[in-house]
Design a protein around this ligand. Sequence first.
Ligand code: FES
Length: 113
Amino acid sequence: MDGQGEEHFIPVARLSDLDERGRAVVRVGEEWVALVQVEGRLHAVQQACPHRGGPLSEGDQDGCLLYCPLHAWAFDVRTGDSPTHPGARVRIYAVRVIGDEIQVAASGRLPVP
Ligand code: FES
């Protein structure tokens, strides 16, 4: 066993819960998590910007880059890294869709610096 198949996924929303931009904010354990769709694929990142807590789900998007609505720090939703502020990172979560149910891995992870 390599451990990869042991990730615990929890249901957080349905596809119909996504807004017109393909986004939703859901609760995963103790944390609010933003679901963000990029070219039909869902990604999950922590909702609170690591700078001053801005709501990332409300930010502008350019492909895989999500811009915080407060001070425009950018984060790559695939990796959690910030190309505009190296060293700043957001927690990312594995996402899967079963039928119309969106499931997120219970344990998020920070990208490797
Ligand atoms: S709170 Fe997000 S960039 Fe400042």
